[in-house]
Design a protein around this ligand. Structure first.
Ligand code: NFS
Ligand code: SF4
Length: 626
């Protein structure tokens, strides 16, 4: 029997887990069981494969042997090096995603991107002006866009002394980064330097390695991710509040279901545009379908949800189960967080698994490469393919569980400020009055080591109950949505102060702010609030959490949050526990440097206690009631 009740919080997931078992389809949970117990050395972070004098393992043996790798590196150096490379991987993912937006905007400027356009010209001019583009208000749109493209590309290189968007951070924070050697200079530069420093025989000091890891993470948050967010808004529109729905129930028995999966809006927006074309809708009807239904998975789902209100089928651990419904006609993927197992699972059904990026190829998938110049044509082709797949669907194997749950989305900073009358002051008044005691961004993933979404939902509920407003991004969105937390009615689950504010504004106590690159929106908001109060981010009553994180990207987010002065909770530790020095810095030592550190706690109620304690302490320092 499958212990599906211990695996996930959700009815839709449990039903699909039972169906998968009946159909002999293994999932991540089954493979997790096979992989457990995991390698202890790797868990502790004390394995090194950075050269072929090794691989080496560091053991804490009584006879004193195996304390050093062949080169002489000890556990502290090895753990710090591994963690540094882990962060570099995450920063590379978000930032290379950001680069794809620059390339798309560049293709629009050059007239080589049919179907793409600048949907938010006002934002283009505003951002260009902010980043120093001359006469951004008055010159022709495409000239301004061309200059913005140059500014953004330059952030990836080696000729800057600091990233362009860093001016959004409070002055005190920027000075602190400068003193600590944490100022990110170039995005690719910091990532490459992390790889250099961790080659055998370079940076062998854990504190120095961690400092550069923080700089690399900051290059992600205030660089690659922020470019990704802002250029996506310029190209596809700045999100404004809107309604949608979530869970596997958004799949339709009577429609061609196209699931977009991955991260970048560049492909998923064009798939949506194709699915909205009358000719393809007619083709779907000719094939016997009532409609073309585009729904999202993971972060590209968040992108479409935020800007277009497209329903969300599921988060990370729902991706396999979405295929098990038997109703997914096509999965269209770009890159990141796409389990290789999806190819095998899709092959058990009529589902077409389509990859679109040269950076994300999967053996056995249908590869239709999408670039800005051919996206319109290729995405039409992909939608056509989904329609064909629909005709091969086996109705006997279709099982769409549960009814969709309504959600509210679209809380960009622009939307939040507009709702507040253009200034963060009313929000700060509510904070000063203690109605909102603070803010916590709950971000990130699912991990089969944790009952799916129990941490994400458990923590969110616990915090809003304590009048702490929650900002949700990434895969937490689906979790919060399924729990009903993304509706204004959830104000009834909040404490009296937060509840009153939410009711007055008509907003939920958990605000959906976007995908994982959109955590940059939260950084920007923190910068705005700190400037408004004349303090540093490390003085604000804020926190961050990733209760069920799994990825390198999530670790990079956690580290840039901490380095920006935001105390950050993790539901499970990174693989650093083999070094007391590195662990000590992560959970304590960083406090003395950047005014924030990590907390690791599996229990959501205890995690809420920890985050609340930081918020109380910061409120008191600001002279506010606890
Ligand atoms: Ni974020 Fe988004 Fe989800 Fe985790 Fe993966 S999709 S970038 S890494 S699993 S939240
Ligand atoms: Fe071993 Fe040192 Fe080589 Fe790592 S770098 S594999 S610790 S010899």
């Amino acid at each position: 029997g499958t212990p599906e009740n211990e695996r996930t919080l959700w009815k839709d997931a449990r039903q699909m887990l039972r169906k998968a078992e009946a159909e002999n389809i293994p999932t991540a949970w089954d493979r997790m069981r096979e992989q457990t117990p995991h390698c202890k050395f790797c868990e502790l972070g004390t394995t090194c494969r950075n050269c072929v004098m090794g691989p080496c393992r560091i053991a804490n043996r009584k006879d004193g042997k195996m304390r050093y790798g062949v080169c002489g590196a000890d556990a502290d150096v090895i753990v710090a090096r591994n963690f540094g490379r882990f962060i570099a991987g995450g920063a590379a993912g978000h930032s290379d995603h950001g680069r794809d937006l620059i390339e798309t905007l560049e293709a629009v400027v050059e007239g080589h991107a049919p179907g793409y356009t600048i949907r938010d010209e006002a934002k283009l001019r505003r951002i260009a002006g902010e980043l120093g583009v001359a006469e951004a208000d008055t010159r022709p749109t495409l000239d301004v866009a061309r200059d913005l493209v140059d500014v953004c590309y330059a952030d990836f290189g080696s000729r800057r002394t600091e990233l362009a968007f860093l001016k959004r951070a409070p002055k005190a924070r920027r000075e602190l980064w400068e003193r600590l050697g944490m100022t990110p200079r170039g995005i690719d530069r910091e990532i490459a330097e992390m790889m250099h420093r961790t080659h055998m025989g370079c940076d062998n000091d854990p504190a120095s390695l961690l400092t550069h890891a923080a700089r690399t993470a900051l290059a992600d948050g205030w660089g690659g991710s922020m470019i990704g967010t802002e250029l996506s808004d310029i190209l596809f529109g700045t999100p404004m509040p809107r309604q949608s729905t979530v869970n596997l129930g958004v799949l339709r028995e009577d429609a061609v279901n196209i699931l977009v999966h991955g991260h970048n809006p560049v492909v998923s927006e064009m798939i949506l545009a194709a699915a909205r074309e009358p000719a393809l809708q007619q083709a779907a009807r000719d094939a016997g379908a009532a409609a073309l239904n585009v729904a999202g998975l993971c972060c590209t789902g968040n992108e479409l949800l935020m800007r277009q209100g497209i329903p969300m089928a599921g988060n990370h651990l729902m991706t396999e189960l979405a295929i098990v419904t038997g109703a997914a006609d096509a999965i269209v993927a770009d890159y990141q967080c796409i389990m290789p197992s999806l190819v095998r699972i899709a092959a058990c059904y009529h589902t077409r698994f389509v990859t679109t990026s040269p950076k994300g190829r999967f053996t056995g998938a249908t590869h239709i490469e999408v670039h800005p110049h051919n996206a319109q044509e290729k995405c039409r082709e992909i939608v056509q393919l989904a329609i064909e797949a629909f005709t091969k669907r086996d109705p006997a194997r279709v099982s769409i569980p549960v009814q969709p749950v309504p959600i509210t989305t679209g809380f960009s900073n622009e939307a939040i400020l507009a709702a507040l009358g253009g200034t963060p002051a009313p929000l700060l008044d509510a904070v000063k009055a203690g109605q909102i005691r603070g803010f916590v961004g709950i971000v990130g993933c699912n991990n089969p080591k944790i009952m799916q979404d129990s941490g994400n939902v458990g923590l969110a509920k616990e915090l809003i109950r304590r009048d702490i407003m929650v900002l949700a991004t990434g895969c937490v969105t689906t979790a919060a949505g399924k729990a009903g937390l993304l509706m204004p009615e959830a104000a009834d689950m909040a404490g009296p102060g937060l509840s009153a504010v939410c009711k007055a504004l008509g907003v939920p106590p958990v605000l959906h702010m976007g995908s994982c690159v959109d955590n940059s929106r939260i950084l920007q908001l923190c910068g705005l609030l700190a400037d408004e109060l004349g303090v540093d981010i490390s003085d604000l009553p804020v926190g961050a959490s990733s209760p069920e994180w799994y990825s390198e990207k999530a670790a990079a987010i956690g580290l840039y949050a901490v380095a920006s002065g935001i105390p950050t909770h993790l539901g499970l530790p990174p693989n650093i526990l083999g070094s007391d020095v590195v662990t000590g810095m992560a959970v304590d030592g960083l406090n003395g440097l950047v005014g924030a550190a990590f907390m690791v706690e599996a229990d959501p109620v205890k995690a809420a206690d920890l985050l609340e304690a930081h918020i109380v302490e910061r409120r008191q320092k600001l002279g506010l009631s606890a």
